[in-house]
Design a protein around this ligand. Structure first.
Ligand code: SF4
Length: 459
């Protein structure tokens, strides 16, 4: 399951902004590991460098030295949700007449195809298939004589999820969709403005956290200043998976530290599914805090029984069982002396397709585990995500096809317990009516249609 992006922006006259973005992107690398990019402005010209690769592969000293300017935005990404094509590096630049803007985007614009066709009919030309290019083109071609007129006119046309950092030659603009699906927060640094997908990126560059960008808000700094709010015609829908899996545990979203939410998820699972066991193990890294929470609440000791090789990316899709096992072995290694002969509680963040978990269970059994009791922070995932998470289509989601006892058997575990939806909401600690839980309860915050090929958003 992939979140599609991390975004960052900074406006600090007098600072080496490209280097600040470079450091901040390292803190957001977990949100996207396929492309990285930086756009910087010196007040007249926007210079963009964006390419496939990790931040450390795309940028070196030589490249950074050429990116000069007092405001900059950056981006890390995976492929767009549902896309089988290679991802498009961002930020993306668009120009129309006197107007030029670069855009970094996180989310999924559900009416982007419609907007693209409209813009093409009006004379726009597109080089990529990305939503960011649609947003950039829409902004520079929208009516208005200032950015504060043009940007709201563009945002009003967008449907779906978007957190945006927009760089013009003399202005940094940040915006979040009215549902507030993807996180976005602002901070201050030496009197300037900093914006990031997650607060952990602010801490890394020494910026002070100020607040989350409000759903429907657009903030301007530079030649134009102030904040504009879109009227909300949709409900709030902050993605619950940020707390379960995507965000780093040292980030706070909507005032809730992700680490604390995960501890509470583990404790909740311990209350919901107690079991006689010797050791609690987390599937690293996203389930580590939840495993600690389970251990504390149950009194069963936590052990680092499973280690992760952090330098392996996706579990590659291999043509046969042996190579699939090798793929999981490259990623995880059980610490046999801590596991051998023990009854394990294994805490994981979620089970999506159910393709990796059986291999993890097999590894633990081969390392000598006497029993494996799986506990899962996310309730069964039965519905695909239309809001920017490359999850799976409905028929690929194991919980959409099999009952919990059938999944237990398929995974080869001695017992299986998923968090309940009320238990998850309680652990996140935010009101139900500001959260999106559509992938577990099917209650989409925007109208969708289910088709044979999956999910389509109603236009
Ligand atoms: S459907 Fe699930 S993954 Fe998608 S935004 Fe909603 S909670 Fe997040």
């Amino acid at each position: 399951m992939h979140e599609s992006c991390g975004i960052f922006g900074v406006y600090t006259p007098g600072q080496d902004t490209a280097r600040l973005v470079f450091f901040a992107l390292f803190a957001l690398q977990h949100r996207g590991q396929e492309c990285a990019g930086i756009a910087v402005t010196d007040g007249t010209t926007i210079d963009v460098r964006a390419a496939p690769g990790l931040v450390s592969q795309v940028f070196d000293e030589e490249t950074l030295a050429t990116l000069k300017g007092y405001a900059a935005i950056g981006h890390t990404n995976y492929s767009a949700a549902g896309s089988r094509r290679p991802p498009t590096p961002e930020p993306i630049l668009a120009s129309s007449g006197q107007w030029t803007a670069a855009v970094s985007h996180n989310g999924n614009i559900t009416n982007s195809e419609l907007l693209r066709r409209e813009l093409e009919d009006a004379g726009s030309h597109f080089d990529t298939e990305s939503d960011a290019e649609v947003v950039a083109e829409l902004i520079v071609t929208s009516p208005g004589n200032t950015w504060k007129e043009k940007v709201p006119n563009a945002l009003r046309r967008l449907q779906g999820a978007y957190s945006l950092a927009i760089l013009t030659p003399d202005c940094l603009i940040v915006a979040r969709d009215p549902m507030g699906v993807r996180p976005l927060c602002i901070g201050s640094l030496d009197g300037g403005l900093v914006v990031a997908s997650e607060s952990c990126a602010l801490a890394h560059i020494g910026a002070d956290f100020v607040r989350d960008v409000k759903p429907g808000e657009a903030l301007f700094t530079g030649s134009e200043v102030g904040s504009i709010h879109q009227e909300r015609t949709v409900r709030r829908a902050s993605c619950v998976f940020e707390y379960i899996y995507f965000a780093r545990p040292d980030s706070s979203i909507e005032g809730r530290l992700v680490y604390d939410a995960r501890l509470a998820m583990g404790a909740q699972l311990a209350r919901q599914y107690p079991v006689d066991a010797d050791v609690v193990v987390g599937v690293p890294d996203s389930a580590t805090a939840a495993a600690i929470g389970y251990a504390r609440a149950s009194g069963i000791p936590y052990r680092e029984g499973l280690l992760k090789n952090r330098y392996v990316g996706r579990t590659f899709i291999s043509p046969n069982q042996r190579l699939r096992d090798v793929g999981v072995k490259m990623k995880f290694n059980p610490l046999s002396p801590l596991i051998k002969g023990k009854r394990l509680v294994v805490v994981d963040d979620s089970i999506v397709r159910g393709t990796t978990t059986p291999h993890v269970v097999k590894l633990l059994r081969q390392a000598g585990a006497a029993e494996v009791h799986m506990r899962v922070c996310a309730p069964p995932l039965r519905h695909p995500c239309p809001l920017g998470v490359d999850m799976a289509s409905e028929w690929e989601l194991i919980a959409a096809r099999l009952s919990v006892p059938e999944i237990r058997e398929y995974l080869g575990v001695d017992s299986l317990g998923y968090s309940s939806i009320p238990g998850l909401i309680k652990s996140v600690g935010l009101p139900r009516d500001i959260l999106c839980l559509a992938c577990v309860d099917g209650d989409y915050p925007l109208p969708v249609q289910m088709g044979l090929s999956g999910l389509a958003v109603e236009r």
